[in-house]
Structure formats: structure tokens, C-alpha cells
Write a protein that binds this ligand. Structure first.
Ligand code: ADP
Ligand code: MG
Length: 474
């Protein structure tokens, strides 16, 4: 009887089956397909990279013994990872992974973790000249736990972040969603978790990316017809950190692709960390199925810091920069900038810059001027809710009236103005603006913006509205 890949593998299987739990056999060995036998080397196909890693980690001895029995001392095992081809019509492709030397291999190199046979596998972060695909984490080492000061406002999020960093993928905080307003430390904390993981587990692949960049890469991949590669790339990540997921609102294609990547990572015990400016319940234009995933793990809020925390953040910053500043000035800044840590830091940096630039002493007066500028700037970060409120107040109506379906001219105009300002002062998409202002579609918003532009040119009274309202937002 001739020896084939099937026959060799079947013999291995019956040996393996006798030596492990039936459930484990079913899970880890039944899906393996023998593909090729040449000399003493057996190639088998496994469903994913994760699968391969699991086998190597847990069953390498068993595989070695069984294969040696069949093929002798020099037996080799070669894994072929089959990537699921669930998208598009392109040919599925395979990746070869040489088996580890811990396994049946005598002198195989396994420091090439993944070597694609497909020249088209595009890694958006590829580093030329390096043979294996190396994924740069894109982490900022300056954002770490040491300089992320703890306070009541961030204690839960910070400790959840620590727990995740200690055991990525191994806690119930998966995904970990960090949410909170602008400048409260979401990006800092997200990096800190990644930096800590890299430190503890250098071999794991960590990737930090903003949702905006993720979206751009995705759009690019669709244009270039490399959507599969995009997906496969992200499925290789062990710890995926996506910053500002609210950016995905209204972008259904990107949400869809993220949904698939998320599921793959989650199922394979990989860690996902997300940040957002809103809690999942308040997110607009994010598909329900994605929102429900976000809620699987833990949503931890970063709240506005209390006075003590603001003071200690300021002092820490000054200390690290080697700058001394009178207590009363620190106190003044901490008392007056309350809702945004970035601005707290910004004010101090301006103070230092101003005083050294003009060779002025740092005085309370200087601090007042600078703080005033910052506090004023804060108002500029307007939300769509705020815009609707201001416009409704201006026209003396309720927000619900402004949003209502009525065709009454003055209400329609108020609504159109709200849409116009939302377009002008926020980064929200037309679709997102529409759905937040009375559940309209993006075409309605576009029409509103054009109408306002037209009326501004032809109607003096209307121009006055725009001027008045613009002042309120700047
Ligand atoms: P967000 O992403 O929420 O808008 P960032 O993470 O960019 O906010 O934080 C804004 C600034 O505030 C950063 O310079 C960050 O280092 C600093 N910061 C935020 N939280 C803390 C904290 N707990 N301790 C020290 N610095 C902080
Ligand atoms: Mg941020």
C-alpha cells in the first residue's frame, strides 16, 4: 500500500486521539487537512495563524511523537495557513509557515513567523528590508502608565487598563472601551496599555491606530482591490487599539469590515481596546451589531478630573519639564481650566513659553490672560447637540420643535441653520448630522447647507441670523 499524506496523517490522528481529550481532538485536530507528503515532510493545512500557534504551544510534543513514528527521526511538519476567503471573488491564498524546531524539524528556522507566498499581501505598516512581516506598533512611548496620574475621575479606566495590560485577551474586559470627553486622556491611556503590553510581552503584535486612519486604509484597499489583504493584515494583530471609534459613525463599509476583524480577533482570544468620545448607548450611526460587541467587555469612563487631580497633573508636568512655578499660579490654572487636561497642559506650556520669551516673570496677571484665551477656545469645540440648543434658543423654540417634521418655514430654516453650523463647526459626516438633527438623511443636510449659502447671499435678514449665530459658536 502506498504511503500518502492522508494515510500518514490518519495514522498520526489515531495515535493523537488516544492521547488527548475527545473535545480537544475535535477542536484542534479534526479541522486539520493533510495536503502533501514529500520524503519525510508532511504538509498540513490549518484554519488560521492562531490555530497554528495553539498547536505549537500545546501539542507540539504529541505531534512530534506521532509523526516520528510514521516518518522516522527526520520527520518534518509544515503548516499551511488557509486564510478564509469570505470577501470578494479573489482567489484564496495560502501562507506557509515552517514548523518550529521544537516540533519535528531538525534544523528549521522559525524566526520567520509569517512568510507570505502571495506577493500581494500588503501590510500597511510594512518596513522595507525586513524579511518577515514586522508590524510596527505605532505606539508613543511618552504616553505610559507612569505619567498617567491616577485620580477619582480615571480610577476605573486606569485599573481596567492595567488589568488588560497584565493579561491581554485574558480578562473579561474584551473589548475594553475607554470613553470620555475631549482632552481627558483617552489616547494617552490607550497608548499606555499598548506600551505596557509591549514591555511585558515583547513577542506580541500590538497595533495602535486611529479610527480615521483605519478608515482611510480601508477605503484605499477597496480602491486598489486589496480588501482581503487589509482584513488579513488586521487579523494578524494580537492587541488591536483603535482610537476614536466615533469616527466610524455613518461609515457603514468600514463598520462592516471592522465587525469582521473584531469577531475574528475576539474569537481567537486577542485583545481589542477602543476609545470613543461617547458611551456606546450614546453613539450615533454605529450599527447595532457593532454596538452590541462594544458592550461585551467593559466600558470605562474618563471623567473630568477633580481639582486635586488637576493640581497633581500640573505639578507632575512641571516637574518632568524641570520648571518651577509658584503655587498660587498652579492653583489659579487648576481652578480655572476644569474640563480638559490637554488645555490644562497647554495653558502651562504657554505660560512657560510667554515668560521665557518676553523674559517676564510668571505672574497671576499673565496666568489670567493665558487662561482666558484657553477657556475661550474651549467653547469652540461645539457638539451637534450644543448647536441645536443654541439655534433653538435663538429662534425661541424647543429642540424638539426644531427637529420635528413640520414644514413651517421658520422652523425649517432654523433646522437648516443647525445643519449648516453642524457642518461648519463639527467633523461629523452629513449622514451623522442628519440623523442627529431630526433623523434626516445626508441629502437633506446637503440641501440645507446649499439653501443656507444661497439665502446668505440673497436675504439680508437671513445673513443677520448667520452672523449672530456664528458669534455664539466662536
Ligand atoms: P483625549 O484622547 O481624551 O482627547 P489625550 O489622551 O490626548 O486626550 O490627553 C490630553 C493630554 O492630557 C495629553 O497630553 C495627556 O498626556 C494628558 N493627560 C490626560 N490624562 C492624564 C492623566 N491622568 N495624567 C497625566 N496626563 C494626562
Ligand atoms: Mg484622543
Amino acid at each position: 500500500m502506498s504511503v500518502t499524506a492522508e494515510s500518514v496523517w490518519n495514522n498520526c490522528l489515531s495515535f493523537i486521539k488516544d492521547n488527548i481529550q475527545p473535545q480537544a481532538f475535535k477542536t484542534w485536530f479534526e479541522p486539520i487537512k493533510p495536503v502533501k507528503l514529500s520524503d519525510n515532510s508532511l504538509s498540513v493545512q490549518v484554519p488560521s495563524k492562531f490555530f497554528y500557534e495553539w498547536l505549537e504551544e500545546h501539542y507540539v510534543k504529541l505531534l512530534k511523537v506521532s509523526l516520528t513514528k510514521e516518518l522516522g527521526e527526520n520527520a518534518k511538519l509544515v503548516y499551511i495557513i488557509r486564510m478564509e476567503n469570505t470577501y470578494g471573488n479573489r482567489e484564496p491564498f495560502t501562507e506557509k509557515i515552517p514548523s518550529s524546531n521544537r516540533s519535528t524539524v531538525s534544523a528549521q528556522e522559525l524566526d520567520v513567523p509569517i512568510k507570505s507566498k502571495n506577493p500581494e499581501l500588503r501590510n500597511p505598516f510594512v518596513i522595507p528590508g525586513i524579511r518577515n512581516i514586522k508590524i510596527e506598533s505605532q505606539l508613543n512611548p511618552n504616553y505610559n502608565f507612569d505619567n498617567f496620574l491616577e485620580g477619582d475621575s480615571n480610577r476605573l479606566a486606569r485599573s481596567a487598563g492595567m488589568a488588560v495590560a497584565n493579561k491581554p485577551g485574558g480578562t473579561s474586559f474584551n473589548p475594553l472601551l475607554i470613553f470620555g470627553g475631549v482632552g481627558l486622556g483617552k489616547t494617552h491611556l490607550a497608548h499606555a496599555i499598548g506600551v505596557e503590553i509591549k514591555d511585558k510581552y515583547p513577542e506580541r503584535t500590538v497595533l495602535y491606530i486611529s479610527a480615521e486612519k483605519f478608515t482611510q486604509q480601508y477605503i484605499e484597499s477597496v480602491k486598489k482591490n486589496t480588501r482581503n489583504d487589509f482584513i488579513h493584515f488586521y487579523q494578524l494583530i494580537d492587541i488591536l487599539i483603535i482610537d476614536d471609534v466615533q469616527f466610524l459613525s455613518g461609515k457603514s463599509g468600514t463598520q462592516d469590515v471592522f465587525f469582521h476583524i473584531f469577531n475574528h480577533l475576539h474569537q481567537n482570544g486577542k485583545q481589542v481596546i477602543l476609545t470613543s468620545d461617547k458611551a456606546p448607548v450614546d453613539m450615533q450611526d454605529i450599527e447595532q451589531r457593532l454596538l452590541s460587541r462594544f458592550k461585551w467587555g467593559l466600558s470605562a469612563e474618563l471623567q473630568t478630573p477633580d481639582y486635586e487631580t488637576r493640581v497633581s497633573i500640573l505639578k507632575n508636568k512641571l516637574y518632568r519639564d524641570g520648571v518651577e512655578m509658584p503655587e498660587e499660579i498652579i492653583d489659579y490654572v487648576a481652578k480655572n481650566i476644569k474640563s480638559n487636561i490637554r488645555e490644562l497642559e497647554g495653558a502651562v506650556i504657554s505660560l512657560i513659553a510667554q515668560s521665557s520669551f518676553n523674559k517676564k516673570e510668571i505672574t497671576i496677571e499673565l496666568a489670567q490672560q493665558i487662561v482666558e484665551k484657553f477657556v475661550k477656545n474651549t467653547k469652540r469645540e461645539v457638539s451637534i447637540d450644543y448647536i441645536q440648543k443654541v439655534v433653538s434658543d435663538y429662534f425661541e423654540m424647543d429642540v424638539s420643535t426644531l427637529q420635528s417634521k413640520t414644514r413651517k418655514r421658520h422652523i425649517v430654516q432654523a433646522r437648516q441653520l443647525a445643519m449648516f453650523f453642524a457642518k461648519r463647526f463639527t467633523k461629523a459626516s452629513l449622514a451623522s448630522i442628519g440623523s442627529q438633527i431630526g433623523k434626516r438623511d445626508h441629502a437633506t443636510v446637503l440641501h440645507a447647507c446649499k439653501t443656507v449659502d444661497n439665502l446668505a447671499e440673497t436675504d439680508k435678514q437671513f445673513r443677520k441670523y448667520i452672523e449672530d449665530l456664528t458669534k455664539k459658536f466662536s
